[in-house]
Ligand binder design. Structure first.
Ligand code: ZN
Length: 131
């Protein structure tokens, strides 16, 4: 399990190194790691981590797609966060090869906060396979 303390209402936090560390600690050489966010107002996504503008562009695009002031029925006032959570999804699957995350050169794993600040958890399920 990875714990992340978010500090903004909406943000994308790069957790790639922490996921890679968990895989290393487990000593797994090959297989899959399934990441699962047990939250309804957060999500997980894989996208470019090299240029931080990519994450801010994604957040801005989501903001435009899911306006804060639409006529939502959910009484808590955080419906946009629920919708964004469903758009991105609660899980991501990454292959593991030679003990490393099999990500593309520019890919990073992001925990996406939509109703922060909060303490979030990311569950890791390791599924080993033959190398
Ligand atoms: Zn709610």
């Amino acid at each position: 399990m990875i714990t992340v303390k978010t500090v903004q209402k909406s943000e994308m936090i790069d957790i790639t190194d922490r996921v890679a560390e968990k895989v290393r600690e487990a000593g797994m050489r090959a297989g899959l790691v399934m990441l699962f966010v047990p939250h309804t107002t957060a999500g997980i996504t894989i996208n470019e981590g090299a240029d931080p503008h990519v994450a801010s562009d994604i957040l801005e695009a989501l903001e435009k797609m899911v306006p804060q002031d639409a006529a939502y029925r959910h009484g808590e006032g955080n419906s946009p966060a629920h919708v964004k959570s469903s758009l991105l999804g609660a899980s991501a699957m990454i292959g593991i090869s030679q003990g490393k995350l099999a990500l593309g050169t520019w890919q990073s794993v992001f925990l996406c906060e939509f109703d922060g600040p909060r303490t979030r958890t990311v569950l890791l399920h390791l599924l080993p396979s033959e190398e």
